[in-house]
Design a protein around this ligand. Structure first.
Ligand code: GDG
Length: 747
């Protein structure tokens, strides 16, 4: 796949920070483009098609100069979202950095929440969404990044259905048990679910997200998607990579070669362990220091021969947490150096600043080991960069000096499995792994490094962006195909006229979830007087043949719907009766010999699963899990489906997975068979309306003639031209069929 595979649909990227910094020198504005994986990734795919980028310029801009900044940025297709000082404090520092960041990295005790900060987060997300909406042309693709902007996808979706929307989370998504501590847990999930595709670095993060959708919002999920309102939101695993071309160019440069020579003469034969981290409690630098210290305690022979070179890039120093962390680390480093330092050799060399790209590449190439011990990290690009720079290269020699020691709590451990993976909480084993890395035979180092470098090349950030955007486009196309036309306004009026003009009308109506809202238990879903009156009124008009086509037992259907003048069909088409006779008819020649075996299976499943129940229907059996645990039910249903399909493979049965129900029914017995029989004497001028919500109702849709009007209640169905939002809207539609002067309609 290449970037050429991406169709030239306009692209709008949104991230908290724009990929530039603003600098005012003597009042003159200049822009400095920042380097980084995301910028390189987007630049790569945007080559040729171009891209607009919405974000915060990163520093306060006074209102009088905002217009100048806007026009300078516009020249690079960058669109600033300005933040006032207080907004920056609330939205960015408080909510993003002190609520979401710690919780998503499993530091629940560091995560605090306040309402004012939340309101600011909502307002700033809205400001981002408004700016995107302003610049995004029709049918544009929008790619939103990271935890600062989690509400933007739904804000966009609500405003514009034409947009293709993707979201990528760069940090971990925590286990649902941790996620649900968040006071705004529903809001953030709903905010994301406006996207067509939501991407994560690892399968674990994706799984945690899906579980949270089940546990927190009670949604139905599959292994790679969430059903939300009328759409299927796809969930993908897309591990980000580094800018391979940039590192290749750096390593080929004479500057890097010269810097490596300098390092060689500075450190001689001393072994170098490299650490590169932003100052943050999630990075586990304290744990790293403990492991390094422990190694020196145990291995007297290494003292004076090995140095930990630790780069800590300053970050968030205005926060007491971070300045406290800095002090703590410095004290710890001082202790280690005091204990093990010798004349001419310092065990830990520490740089509290960022280093230039040339020096960084040289360090990566030169170091004998890279030790990354984050306690949680979305990906950790340093690990990938180190491996890439260790690769044998014609310009720098064939040797493979170094080995990566990496925390298993970094997303990168999923893609760099040939590294020495450690649990940083286990100081002893981390220190032993470092020893192993330093003592690893060259052959083994080379074999591991080459394998990992190949993986890093395949994850290259430009390829990552191409893959993500392709999948986003596919997810969007699938959602568009699925979407039936919403029955509202003029469309609803057209349908009403088409039906009321016909002199004979067939109305096929499912009951649960169509005429009546789904209730916690089947027994509670009895029709209220208004619904009964509506059906009676429809049936009273001789032109209407009203058929209630239900999966329920005939007993329920009889008890609730007799005497209204409607035709009743129960048990998925197995039994039916006309309005004028209490006599039920059954399909002939149906083989039910398999019923006892299925009965036993379902009895066992009910015993195992609290809140689940079994129901006998004329030609089948159903297992309901609506009242069971939100996660257990769907999981057990999947297990049951595979068990049933294996044990019933050769029998004349069908297994159907409905809304929180698994049904086993005799083959050939379905609602479609009933509809076909009823419509046998239809004439072409008759109108046919069919409304249903469940997968079992698809059989009816499929059996309809082309001219019929099929309506799905919910998110739409490929077999139904129309969709309608709810049973309440179905009742309103039916009331309109009674004619404009209907009392019911006015009510
Ligand atoms: C988020 C997630 C996820 C570091 N020090 C210097 C320097 N760096 C560069 C590295 C690397 C990047 O910064 C840091 O990598 P991270 O992986 O920590 O990325 P972040 O953007 O901080 O974090 C993280 C990432 O997003 C991508 O999705 O991996 O888990 O938290 O590229 O090279 N660069 C220079 N001097 C330094 O001193 N020039």
């Amino acid at each position: 796949m290449t970037t050429d595979d991406i169709q030239p649909t306009p692209l709008v990227v949104a991230s908290n920070r724009l990929p530039v910094g603003l600098r005012f020198t003597d009042g003159v504005l200049s822009l400095e483009r920042t380097a980084g994986g995301l910028v390189a990734a987007v630049d790569g795919v945007a080559r040729g098609i171009g891209c607009d980028w919405v974000g915060w310029p990163g520093s306060p801009v006074e209102p009088p100069v905002q217009a100048e900044v806007v026009s300078a940025l516009a020249a690079q297709r960058l669109h600033p979202v300005f933040l006032g000082a207080e907004e920056e404090a609330q939205y960015y520092r408080r909510l993003a950095n002190e609520t979401i960041w710690p919780l998503f990295h499993y530091f629940a005790d560091k995560s605090s929440f306040d309402e004012q900060a939340w309101r600011s987060y909502v307002a700033i997300n809205r400001r981002f969404a408004d700016e995107i909406l302003r610049i995004a042309p029709l049918d544009a693709r929008v790619w939103v990044h990271d935890f600062h902007l989690m509400l933007v996808p739904t804000m966009l979706r609500e405003a514009r259905d034409d947009l293709e929307i993707g979201f990528f989370l760069h940090i971990p998504f925590p286990a649902s048990e941790v996620y649900r501590l968040l006071p705004v847990r529903e809001e953030l999930l709903r905010g994301l679910l406006g996207a067509d595709l939501i991407g994560f670095h690892t399968i674990d993060y994706a799984r945690h997200f899906l579980t949270s959708c089940v546990r927190v919002l009670g949604l139905e999920v599959e292994h790679d998607s969430v059903s939300f309102e009328d759409r299927r939101v796809e969930v993908g695993v897309h591990p980000i990579g580094v800018d391979v071309a940039r590192f290749d160019a750096l390593l080929d440069s004479s500057e890097v070669a010269a810097r490596i020579d300098e390092l060689r003469s500075q450190y001689g034969a001393r072994r170098i362990v490299l650490g590169v981290e932003r100052l943050d409690y999630t990075k586990g630098v304290g744990h790293k220091l403990r492991a390094f210290e422990r190694m020196l305690e145990r291995r007297e022979d290494l003292r004076g021969h090995v140095t930990l070179l630790q780069v800590i890039v300053p970050s968030r120093l205005d926060s007491p947490d971070y300045s406290g962390l800095k002090r703590e680390l410095e004290e710890h480093i001082g202790r280690i150096n005091g204990r093990f330092g010798q004349v001419g050799s310092t065990p830990v060399e520490y740089l509290h600043r960022s280093v230039d790209p040339v020096s960084l590449a040289a360090l990566y190439r030169f170091a004998d080991a890279c030790l990354g011990t984050p306690l949680r990290d979305g990906m950790n690009l340093v690990a990938q960069e180190y491996v890439l720079c260790q690769e044998p290269r014609p310009t720098l020699g064939d040797e493979c000096r170094g080995m990566l020691v990496l925390s298993e709590f970094a997303g990168a451990s999923h893609v760099l499995s040939r590294a020495l993976l450690v649990n940083p909480w286990h100081v002893e084993s981390t220190s032993t792994a470092l020893e192993t890395a330093l003592g690893m035979p060259e052959d083994e180092r080379r074999e591991r490094t080459v394998a990992m470098a190949e993986r890093v090349r395949s994850l290259d950030c430009t390829k990552w962006a191409s893959r993500f955007l392709l999948r986003q486009a596919e997810a969007n196309r699938r959602n568009r195909r699925r979407t039936s036309l919403l029955l509202r306004g003029q469309e609803e009026e057209r349908v009403r006229i088409a039906i009321t003009r016909a002199s004979r009308r067939f109305l096929f109506l499912d009951y649960d979830g169509t005429l009546r809202e789904i209730a916690p238990t089947p027994q509670e879903a009895r029709p209220d007087p208004a619904l009964r009156e509506l059906l009676r009124a429809l049936a009273r008009d001789e032109r209407n043949a009203v058929h209630i086509v239900s999966g329920r037992r005939r007993l329920d259907v009889d008890r609730w719907l007799t005497g209204l003048g409607v035709h009743l069909c129960a048990e998925h088409g197995f039994a039916w009766r006309t309005p004028d006779s209490p006599q039920w008819h059954e399909l002939d020649g149906v083989d039910l010999s398999w019923l006892p075996a299925v009965h036993d299976i379902l009895a066992r499943v009910c015993e195992e699963g609290p809140g689940t129940s079994r129901e006998r229907k004329g030609s089948g059996l159903a297992w309901h899990y609506r009242q069971s645990d939100a996660e257990y039910g769907p999981w057990r249903a999947r297990e049951l489906l595979s068990e049933l399909s294996a044990s019933l493979a050769r029998l004349p049965v069908e297994v159907v997975h409905g809304h929180r129900v698994v049904e086993v029914r005799a083959a050939g017995v379905h609602k479609g068979a009933y509809v076909t029989r009823v419509l046998a004497d239809r004439s072409p001028s008759d109108a046919v309306l069919c409304i249903g919500d469940d997968r079992a109702d698809r059989d009816m849709f499929r059996a309809l003639p082309d001219t019929a009007i099929a309506v799905h209640v919910g998110r739409g169905d490929e077999h139904a031209k129309y969709r309608i939002e709810s049973p309440a809207r179905v009742r309103a539609l039916l009331a309109r069929l009674l004619g404009p002067r209907s009392v019911l309609e006015r009510a």
